[in-house]
Design a protein around this ligand. Structure first.
Ligand code: SF4
Length: 445
């Protein structure tokens, strides 16, 4: 069988899609190529979140034109968000492509490959459906952390975001199917699961609304956390990305009371200015955001937070930016993805709002937030010196293989000397001896 290589751009959802597709192709008898150069089938899982991500993928696939001319039997396929977003027009830009598969069509890729191997090309499959598409549940063996997709799509329509157009409307998997997939992972030795959904706290809400069973006091996602918590062998549960609008008291109670739910939360806030939040259509105010942080922190004083922030959104003034800075200081994040706003073709913000903030102002604001973040994270990490942390061992450190690394419950990287017989997936206690703004260092106890 022809061998294949998948290159993945973008988010953890794309990583998960590539992993499950690889497992499906393996099961069908394809083998993995050692490199792109030796592959018979080249697959690109693409991202559309930023124009730059699209340009990068287009550039990479564009230069394969000559290779395809020299090796006409080479199959080149594109899938993921950019494939969904650009659809058939990708074939005009990249006529050497054999197929384009949309975000709901992952399961059709083996068939598209077979057709392309038979000499048919220019194939396009980007239909979306209101139902949950076929979910691929294969996982790589022996992983400490398994990614599990629990829902697709997003109904939020933040004005800067392309996701609702590329991933469609929210559709959630049945809890029993998710639990079954996680039990299989646990049986194979996985200790931690990362539950994935673009708007994960809205898990199950669209279905509850459709069936007339929507209860604003309840949280189907909290119920899912309870169900996953029961899976034997799983020690830790993480999830991304929640949205403050759906973080009701039932959600807060679940994340605070379930011991396996990790106490490091990634909660995007995007801006601290209510005026900008409204322009972004985020659906909450800065006070509402801070209220939810306070509710979690009141019950978990040692928890940590990370976030996503955009600087330089259209019309953002110095005052708006200072409001963002103030939220960051009030919460005290350990980590943040800080983005300079850039127009995304196809979004409401790009259609309706002029990109008014000059690039040098965006850059300066970005730098100020990064400096604040580093200073705060360094001080918080420093306060861990002399304390113990439970760490889930992931294996040899990337920078220095003689040392090993793992993550604390609050998702901080911890570096230490391994002890004889230590295995990835072990839970160990580490005495913290020194820190940087990014990592903790210590000794196994
Ligand atoms: S919640 Fe907003 S930012 Fe997140 S995926 Fe949905 S539309 Fe995009």
């Amino acid at each position: 069988m022809p061998n294949y290589h998948i290159r993945t751009y973008g988010c953890q959802m794309n990583d998960r899609d590539s992993e499950s597709l690889a497992c499906l192709l393996d099961a069908l008898g394809h083998t993995r190529a050692e490199s792109e150069e030796t592959a018979d089938i080249l697959l690109f899982n693409t991202c559309s979140v930023r124009d730059q991500a699209e340009r990068k993928a287009l550039g990479k696939i564009g230069i394969l034109k000559k290779l395809k001319r020299d090796r006409p039997d080479l199959v080149i396929g594109v899938f993921g968000c950019m494939a969904q977003n650009l659809g058939r027009s990708l074939l005009d830009k990249l006529p050497h492509l054999d197929f384009v598969a949309g975000t709901d069509r992952l399961h059709e890729i083996p068939e598209l490959i077979a057709e392309a191997l038979d000499g048919r090309n220019g194939l396009v499959s980007t239909d979306t459906s209101e139902d949950m598409p076929t979910v691929l549940t294969g996982h790589e063996r022996g992983q400490v952390t398994g990614y599990v997709s629990v829902m697709r799509g997003c109904n939020q329509f933040c004005t800067y975001c392309i996701v609702p157009y590329t991933r469609g409307s929210e559709r959630s998997r049945e809890p029993e199917d998710i639990v079954r997939e996680i039990q299989t992972l646990a049986d194979g030795g996985t200790k931690e699961v990362l539950l994935l959904g673009q708007n994960i706290t809205a898990y199950g809400l669209a279905e509850a609304r459709e069936s007339g069973a929507l209860d604003p006091q309840a949280s189907p996602f909290a119920n899912l956390l309870h169900a996953v918590h029961e899976v034997s062998g799983i020690e830790r549960i993480r999830f991304t990305s929640p949205h403050v609008r759906y973080m009701n008291d039932a959600f807060v109670d679940a994340v605070c009371s379930l011991p396996k739910v990790c106490k490091g939360f990634h909660i995007p806030f995007q801006s601290g200015s209510d005026r900008i939040l409204k322009l972004m259509n985020r659906g909450y105010t800065a006070t509402e955001y801070l209220d939810r942080i306070k509710a979690i922190r009141a019950r978990l004083p040692d928890c940590s937070f990370s976030t996503d922030v955009i600087v330089g959104f259209p019309t953002e003034t110095e005052e708006d930016f200072e409001a963002t800075r103030s939220v960051m200081q009030k919460v005290g994040y350990d980590m943040a993805y800080i983005f300079k706003y850039s127009e995304r073709t196809g979004t409401k913000a790009a259609e309706r709002l002029e990109d008014t903030v000059p690039e040098d102002v965006k850059l300066a604001r970005n730098q100020i937030l990064l400096t604040d973040l580093e200073t705060g994270a360094e001080a918080r990490n420093q306060a861990c010196v002399g304390q113990e942390r439970q760490v889930l061992v992931t294996g040899p450190s990337k920078r220095n293989a003689s040392r090993w690394s793992g993550r604390t419950d609050a998702n901080k990287v911890c570096i230490f000397e391994p002890t004889p017989g230590m295995q990835p997936g072990d839970l160990v206690r580490i005495a913290i001896t020194h820190t940087t703004s990014h990592s903790l260092f210590g000794n196994v106890m």
